[in-house]
Design a protein around this ligand. Sequence first.
Ligand SMILES: NC(=O)c1ccc[n+]([C@@H]2O[C@H](COP(=O)([O-])OP(=O)(O)OC[C@H]3O[C@@H](n4cnc5c(N)ncnc54)[C@H](OP(=O)(O)O)[C@@H]3O)[C@@H](O)[C@H]2O)c1
Length: 331
Amino acid sequence: MESAAIDPDRIPMRTLASGATMPAIGFGTFGSDHVDHGRVAGAVQAALRVGYRHLDCAAVYGNERTIGEVLAASSLPRDDLWVSSKVWNDRHDDVAGACEATLRDLQLDHLDNYLVHWPFPNHHDPHVDVTARHRDAVAFSAERYLDTWGQMEALVDRGLTRHIGTSNMTAAKLDAVWDHLRITPAVNQMELHPHFQQPALSAYLKSHGVEPIGFCPLGSPGRPTRDRTPEDSSPIDDPTVTELAHARGVHPAAICISWAVTNGHTPIPFSTSPINMAANLRAALDPLTDAEMGRLTTTDRGCRLIKGQVFLWREGQDWRDLWDEDGTIAG
Ligand SMILES: NC(=O)c1ccc[n+]([C@@H]2O[C@H](COP(=O)([O-])OP(=O)(O)OC[C@H]3O[C@@H](n4cnc5c(N)ncnc54)[C@H](OP(=O)(O)O)[C@@H]3O)[C@@H](O)[C@H]2O)c1
């Protein structure tokens, strides 16, 4: 079943520190290890038809080549699209090679944004379970990150990407490197939804001219098993979210998207369903009232879903060691 397209000119835009504008909602492309690459590419094709103009890609999702076929077959002008990708953790020492491979796969001559996917060079293979650890996993090092960032800056100099950004960074880690950046990040991609609102990090980013991009904006109901724990909660099942959705006659997912866009985030929901894609895009055009936003402030449970256990570097560590919750970076 197809769904009515939304005029892309109606999508709200974020103005970045560079002055460039980016659609304030994007389309995620992670198949969560169970949606195969062909179906993700089909979803991207449908998303472009529905009106999405911002795509969130990553080499580690394994599907950039099939998405590239969709982009090559599209008649949309390149300048109408905002395409992001990310360097995976095993290429921090060869960022140029990784970016060139992504550009070849996506069949593009430049990206709009290229992000460092995680601040650790700790690799994991697709489909691993929560106990997997990289043999040579290490703690965050500002020196090593700055070396990777210098390679990112060189991509901007070469015109391979218009902007560069961070992902899964914390305020403590950004503080540790900020004064040494020649080109500052345009965005930080981070988990954001009504059960994990991260107001302090969002405010920190805004005050530094960095746009927060929200992943898992619906609480990632299809996420891999390695990213599920018994204490996890689901924002689309939250009673307040559900009540507000009922009052507006929409799905709770639409409330999550409207909340994100009203809050100044750029959510990047994924969907295989054109009906859901269109509903999410429509929600981005539909801001919430102050009263609704006020009610949603109370739904924050501090519930991080993507905890990142597979990136830990020492035996017996807690996943909180990845996130600098007390403002110090674990060594
Ligand atoms: N930087 C990072 O480390 C990082 C980490 C995680 C994710 N990401 C990015 O963020 C994107 C989004 O995260 P995500 O895909 O994990 O989670 P998500 O967007 O929160 O959730 C996607 C799921 O929600 C369902 N859904 C979508 N719209 C819906 C609607 N209107 N009503 C009901 N269900 C709906 C989809 O099912 P249907 O297919 O049935 O619609 C799909 O299972 C990823 O694709 C990826 O690009 C980045």
